[in-house]
Design a protein around this ligand. Structure first.
Ligand SMILES: Cc1cc2nc3c(=O)[nH]c(=O)nc-3n(C[C@H](O)[C@H](O)[C@H](O)COP(=O)(O)OP(=O)(O)OC[C@H]3O[C@@H](n4cnc5c(N)ncnc54)[C@H](O)[C@@H]3O)c2cc1C
Length: 683
């Protein structure tokens, strides 16, 4: 098919009229040209229209959508149900082109395809001719045939109408049982949770997300969900939904009864095929298509969740969006092919990062490639399973934030060999490569996907940033990354920050004052450190008055407690950093300056207390610790004061190291101070 797939009607003048006696043949804007007709305004149909219009604005397009609303982002429905996404955000990115070339028929269902006449009939009885017909029909929720399933209180979660019904239900539900522990079930479970709504997930497989995860990672996900207050029952099949017209519970196969008022069915999807089936197109699980997304009829394409490509129906949005791009090429006579490579899945399931690539399930593994060997790593907040076959990486499943993830996914995609020392390191630390090596998204390979939904690579994002996208909205707008499920937005922010890190940061307010205060404090610390100490006068009567500072016990107490009090006040800065309540108390820049000034005053009090002597043993340890603390603090403050003159990446690195050292040195201080005070009074 190397010609444009729209053109004159096969026999436009003979086109039969529909039941309503109306034929909408040629586009109003392009008389004589049969338009590309798109059925379905889900994310995939919308993406097809947007891309086709962008590449050929003169191409007439007619779009049908049977839902009542403007096209919206289905992927965001769970956060909409949770109340985290508003209406505007739901519509963002789903706008159909406002052009006379694009006719939009919402709330209109296509009921019939007349392949011979190359036209479709809608529910108002009107016929519409097409040059190319693109079916982006999506799927519907699979509802198992269980006794009692038709009662009030049983819901599915597929579209906005379902989300609205569930929103209303959520307010009064006391206990919701979700049937299905896959992605949708878990998202729905999290969304249904409220202060007074208990949620239980019932999954008949022995583990959650059984297709993507192995027992270990699924176990970690179960624990994370339970920590969120969601009860999980795996290996538990439902026998019937109990109630008399209204749900009162579910009965499991083992006879157990779970009382509930709401049942949410999330047991999979069924591709929407009847329209294509009635038209005589070959159907498997979905509408069968080739690598150009064409069905057996070269004038009809199918994309998204309704399409079956090489025996696979993809239930995620990313492959559908990729297919939309290929279909646009096909319509315009291009040569693009959909290879069907399963993109690695990186999702936020109920707020928990979950990643899957290849297979980690021995039952799904083809043993001819060698037996599957699983390597596991567990550390707080992260569980990782990697599958090897004949020493090559063939799968990975992870729950939590995993370092070097993109690199690992790329290695799985390329079935790279994993030498034994890397396997050992992976088991021990969760990293196949030395830690810090390739951790940040900026170090990911250029072809690694950052936005899984839209297939936007790190390289493409880098180019957009270089071309001038300096903030998140600009980067999302230019590349479309982060506009579907939004879970990659933190990675985009990291890329932007890293790009910004190559340039200088802005100057902090009052940076000169901060610099001067830091210089004074540093000089004081160095003076105490290097001065041999002020000598005691041999005769007290001849000594100057300030000599009493370290000979008069009362004055010594004043200077000692003064230093202690000033140091304690300085600690308030860390309270300001950590406590939310304190964060309203003035700008951080002012607090930082105060912290440096307090440090300088504490050093002065220390010099007065000790006579700039280091002392011996415990006293010496205390003084040295205090001076060390002051000096590393001064390094951090100095770097901050001149940050606008240095590369931001260096600033961040130096400041992080100095801050860590400052905090580490602060820890033993209270103990040594306590011992010093004890010693002073005891002896
Ligand atoms: C709550 C929820 C959360 C999800 N979360 C994720 C996620 O985090 N990540 C992910 O990758 N995927 C997720 N998915 C799956 C994702 O939404 C789908 O993969 C995606 O929507 C498929 O897009 P589509 O356009 O092929 O089909 P659909 O979105 O189903 O759109 C098809 C449209 O066609 C319309 N239509 C059907 N037949 C006709 C007809 N005869 N005439 C006119 N119109 C018709 C339908 O009404 C529908 O509006 C989620 C799905 C749901 C329901």
């Amino acid at each position: 098919m190397n010609h444009r797939l729209f053109g004159p009607l096969p026999n436009a003048s003979d086109a039969p009229t529909g039941a309503a006696g109306e034929v909408m043949g040629a586009s109003a804007a392009a008389p004589g040209l049969a338009p590309v007709v798109v059925v379905g305004t889900g994310p995939v149909g919308v993406r097809f229209v947007q891309q086709l219009h962008a590449r050929d604005p003169a191409c007439p397009i007619v779009v049908y959508g049977r839902e009542h609303w403007q096209p919206y982002d289905r992927v965001q429905l769970s956060s909409f149900l949770r109340g985290q996404t508003g209406w505007d955000a739901l519509l963002r990115g789903q706008e159909l082109p406002a052009s006379p070339q694009v006719q939009v028929q919402l709330h209109t269902e296509v009921l019939e395809i007349d392949r011979a006449g190359r036209r479709v009939r809608d529910n108002r009885g009107r016929w519409q001719a097409y040059g190319t017909l693109v079916l982006a029909l999506g799927s519907r929720a699979h509802v198992p045939d269980l006794p009692g399933i038709g009662q009030a209180g049983v819901f599915v979660f597929r579209d906005l109408a379902d989300a609205q019904a569930l929103q209303a239900r959520r307010v009064r539900s006391v206990h919701t049982v979700v049937l299905g522990g896959g992605l949708l079930g878990l998202e729905a479970a999290r969304a249904m949770q409220r202060q007074h709504t208990r949620v239980t997930v019932v999954e008949h497989a022995p583990r959650l997300m059984a297709r993507q995860l192995d027992a270990l990672t699924a176990g970690a996900l179960t624990t994370r969900l339970q920590d969120l207050g969601i009860a999980v029952r795996t290996g538990a099949a439902v026998r019937r939904i109990c109630g008399h017209g209204r749900v009162s519970g579910v009965e499991l196969r083992d006879g157990e009864h779970i009382a509930c008022d709401t049942v949410l069915v999330a047991t999979g999807i069924v591709p929407q095929v009847p329209l294509a089936l009635d038209a005589g197109l070959p159907i498997g699980r979905g509408i069968r298509v080739d690598d150009r997304m064409a069905t057996a009829d070269p004038h009809i394409l199918a994309i998204g969740e309704c399409a079956e490509h090489r025996g696979v129906v993809h239930g995620l949005v990313a492959p559908g969006l990729e297919q939309a791009g290929v279909a646009v090429h096909t319509v315009l006579g291009g040569t693009a092919r959909y290879a069907g490579a399963v993109a690695p899945t990186r999702l936020k399931v109920a707020g928990v990062p979950v990643t899957a690539s290849g297979t980690v399930d021995p039952e799904r593994h083809d043993d001819s490639a060698g037996p599957l060997q699983l390597l596991h790593h567990r550390s707080p907040g992260r569980t990782l399973t990697v599958a090897l076959a004949r020493g090559r990486l063939v799968g990975l499943a992870a729950v939590g934030d995993v370092p070097q993830l993109a690199r690992l996914q790329a290695a799985v995609g390329a079935q790279q060999r994993l030498p034994f020392w890397q396997a050992w390191r992976l088991r021990r630390s969760g990293c196949a490569w030395p830690e810090g090596d390739g951790d940040g998204v900026a170090q990911w390979p250029a072809d690694a996907r950052v936005c899984q939904c839209n297939g936007v690579t790190r390289g493409a994002l880098g180019e957009a940033i270089t071309a001038g996208c300096r903030d998140l909205p600009a980067l999302c707008g230019a590349t479309r990354a982060g506009t579907v499920c939004g879970s990659c937005q933190p990675l985009l922010a990291e890329l932007l920050a890293d790009a910004g890190a190559a340039t200088a940061l802005p100057a902090v307010p009052a940076w000169r004052t901060l610099g001067i205060a830091t210089a004074v404090a540093t000089l004081l610390a160095l003076a105490v450190l290097s001065w041999p100490g002020i000598a005691y006068w041999a005769r007290a009567q001849a000594a100057p008055v300030w000599h009493r500072l370290w000979t008069d016990a009362d004055l010594k107490q004043w200077t000692g407690y003064g230093a202690l009090a000033l140091a304690a006040l300085g600690l308030l800065l860390s309270a300001r950093k950590r406590s939310r309540r304190w964060q309203g108390a003035g700008g951080f820049d002012g607090w930082r300056l105060a912290h440096v000034v307090l440090g300088g005053l504490a050093l002065t009090a220390l010099a007065a207390h000790t006579g700039a002597r280091l002392g011996a043993r415990l006293d010496m340890a205390l003084v040295l610790l205090f001076l060390g603390l002051a000096l590393v603090g001064a390094v951090s403050a100095a770097v901050t004061a001149v940050q606008h003159r240095l590369p931001a990446r260096q600033v961040q690195r130096w400041r992080r190291s100095a801050d860590w050292a400052h905090v580490l040195l602060a820890w033993p201080l209270p103990l040594l101070l306590g011992l010093h005070v004890l010693k002073a009074y005891w002896f």
